[in-house]
Write a protein that binds this ligand. Structure first.
Ligand code: ADP
Length: 289
């Protein structure tokens, strides 16, 4: 890496659809104290399937510089153990795991409202940054949100969130439609009505997905019943008669916030910038980045 860095692969953190993610120890070749702690992750994929990882890298480099998005420190091509060329991305390490595991730990009760608010504000700031420079994330879900320790002086939560996984991200301008199956990975749970019905994915799609994430943080349960089959979830999303259920016991501000994320017509949905000044997020102390 640029300044004489190399890395040693540690244990596997997770398997992605195109490769694996490992913990890494970084070796600084010209420094006396040459190893520094394993604070990074490496996402590896064989070069033959690296098309999407390369696109991810390109998008990553364009959106760097936002504290609410996972940092990408570099990229390289190496010879893998099996003699196959591998393409690696060196990433900031999400030592707190994913938001999905954090929600699971709440045992179906959901996170305390203040914690959900802190994460929501950070997610909106990250998304706003992505949208401002002309991209759409297209795969916002708790599995793709990493937690890192919050060392800020005014921190009110132990962790803070960082948006990760730009594997499905795209330029907002492109109007190329993909096959319906290409619109999600793993689960269609967070897809917006216009993505399912018209195969359109612009910034409002990320706002719909954010609404699903906020609802899941507050209730501990996903927006549509987890036991449903893919086709049933797609039918519910695209049907005018079905709306995400917003429980009455949530605070007035939370309910209003969610309603604005779940406007069926994308043009009526609030933008990230507007949502950042919604009453749901007021009264939070500032956190240092
Ligand atoms: P996919 O692209 O298929 O969604 P990824 O390749 O991004 O999956 O990641 C697979 C898993 O590895 C994630 O679910 C997460 O648990 C873990 N992971 C990915 N990136 C990091 C990171 N920077 N820090 C810590 N864990 C990570």
């Amino acid at each position: 890496y640029g300044d004489g860095f190399s890395w040693i692969r540690g244990s596997m953190l997770g398997k992605g659809s195109f490769g694996s993610v490992y913990l890494a120890t970084i070796k600084k070749s010209r420094s006396k104290q040459s190893y520094f702690p394993s604070a990074m992750a490496v996402k590896s994929a064989e070069v033959s399937v690296s098309g999407s990882i390369q696109k991810e890298r390109e998008i990553f480099s364009n959106i760097q510089g936002c504290p609410d998005i996972i940092e990408c420190f570099g990229e390289e091509t190496t010879m893998g153990d099996n003699g196959v060329m591998a393409y690696n991305l060196l990433l900031e390490y999400g030592s707190g795991g994913t938001l999905a595991t954090r929600i699971k730990k709440s045992n179906g009760k959901g996170l305390p409202e203040f914690e959900a608010k802190v994460y929501t504000r950070s997610l909106l700031r990250g998304l706003n940054h992505i949208h401002q420079i002309g991209y759409v994330h297209c795969d916002m879900k708790p599995d793709n949100i990493l937690l890192v320790p919050n060392y800020g002086r005014n921190a009110i939560t132990e962790f803070k969130t960082k948006i990760a996984d730009f594997g499905l991200a795209k330029r907002a301008k492109t109007s190329k439609k993909r096959k319906l199956e290409a619109y999600w990975r793993g689960t269609p749970m967070y897809l917006s009505p216009e993505a399912v019905r018209d195969r359109v994915q612009k910034a409002p799609c990320d706002v719909w997905a954010l609404g699903c994430i906020v609802l899941e943080m507050l209730t501990g349960k996903p927006v549509w019943d987890k036991g449903l089959k893919v086709e049933e979830i797609l039918r519910k999303i695209s049907s005018d008669k079905e709306c995400p259920k917003i429980p009455n016991e949530l605070s007035k501000e939370a309910k209003d916030f969610l309603k604005r994320c779940f406007m069926r017509r994308p043009m009526y949905r609030m933008t990230c910038e507007m949502l950042l000044s919604h009453p749901f997020l007021q009264g939070l102390e500032n956190d240092d980045h």
